[in-house]
Design a protein around this ligand. Structure first.
Ligand SMILES: NC(=O)c1ccc[n+]([C@@H]2O[C@H](COP(=O)([O-])OP(=O)(O)OC[C@H]3O[C@@H](n4cnc5c(N)ncnc54)[C@H](OP(=O)(O)O)[C@@H]3O)[C@@H](O)[C@H]2O)c1
Length: 297
């Protein structure tokens, strides 16, 4: 099979498309013929060699966590899918023709493989953040960096929970945020005043890592009501950093529920081929993705 790997840490140029042995499904896993893989910022962070969690990357390494495709091998103990089922979920080395998933759900009717590949990580992150930040129905959540993959999911899931959202994004994404049910304003010069004029803020999420933690504390009046997934300076300000992926085991089931009811949609900003994985990383790194970028196999 063909697979994207890197043998040294570095820029997008270290990505190579190579022939490799297909992986096999271990106990509790499935293997899929990958039709599409989600491109998450964590993919290029790992490629750059940024320290991530307790599991250092071993070289050579594959790339990618999210994928959608067709089940072609079932590991011991797996009873909820059959060979030939279309599934989407999370695993490892998903920028490849075959990949092993450790969490999956049957793809909802009407969703393309490319769309489905964009959901797993962002939905898990969005659900985790809404639970951890401690915002209640009827309250207002401020989201800095609201138009990206995680932001798109947060806005729609918050709306489902009866939480009002004020989101910041570039001028080009104001209508997009409003379409997801949020009150929108732009980031940049004067943004704190613009948010203040929109009303009281009960809790805040920093999704863009844009150096705004102090302002989010100012707006919520409580560092305990601010949560970030992208700013490592958080602990110095008494702010929590949320970083344990996979801590919401029911995330895919909840995603299926919402997608099937037409209440959650993450748009695909752009599709790339496996051979264009480096371009996908360059574009993701530029930091202005609306929804998700995907690699179509
Ligand atoms: N710790 C965790 O568990 C975890 C999990 C998932 C992701 N992450 C991290 O969280 C970040 C967001 O992930 P993502 O997948 O949502 O990224 P993404 O899809 O690439 O979205 C980034 C968004 O940031 C916005 N943005 C850029 N500059 C901004 C600014 N100065 N102020 C406010 N917004 C700005 C962009 O909006 P415009 O285009 O409108 O400018 C864009 O929509 C990444 O750094 C990722 O590595 C962490």
């Amino acid at each position: 099979m063909r697979k994207v790997i890197f043998t040294e840490f570095g820029g997008p140029e270290v990505l190579r498309l190579v022939d490799a042995e297909a992986p096999h499904a271990g106990p509790g896993q499935v293997r899929i013929a990958v039709r599409a893989a989600g491109v998450n910022p964590v993919d290029w962070r790992v490629r750059e060699g940024q320290v991530l969690g307790a599991h250092p990357t071993v070289l050579p390494s594959g790339v990618g966590l999210d994928a959608a495709g067709v089940v072609d091998e079932i590991g011991e103990g797996v009873a909820d899918v059959e060979i030939g089922d279309s599934v989407f979920g999370a695993g490892s080395d998903t920028y490849a023709e075959f990949a092993v998933l450790t969490a999956w759900a049957v793809t909802p009717e009407g969703l393309t493989f490319a769309e489905a590949a964009g959901y797993p990580s962002v939905v898990e992150t969005a659900l985790r953040l809404i639970r951890e930040v401690g915002v209640r129905p009827g309250e207002t959540l401020l989201v800095s960096g609201a138009s990206g993959g995680v932001g798109s999911a947060v806005l729609q899931i918050a709306r489902e929970h009866g939480i009002a959202v004020i989101g910041t994004a570039s001028a080009a994404n104001q209508d997009y945020l409003r379409g997801l049910g949020a009150v929108a304003t732009t980031y940049g010069e004067g943004w704190v005043e613009r948010v203040r004029r929109l009303g009281r803020v009960d809790a805040a999420l920093d999704l863009a890592g844009a150096g705004v933690l102090a302002e989010l504390v100012e707006l919520t009046r409580d560092p305990g009501k601010v949560l970030t997934i992208a700013d490592l300076s958080a602990p110095r300000l008494g702010i929590r950093f949320s970083g344990v992926a996979g801590s919401v085991p029911d995330a895919l089931a909840e995603a299926v529920d919402l997608i099937s009811q037409g209440r959650l949609h993450i748009p695909v900003e752009k599709s790339y081929s496996l051979a264009d994985a480096a371009a996908a990383h360059v574009d993701s790194h530029a930091g202005h993705t609306r929804g998700r970028r995907v690699i179509v196999v």
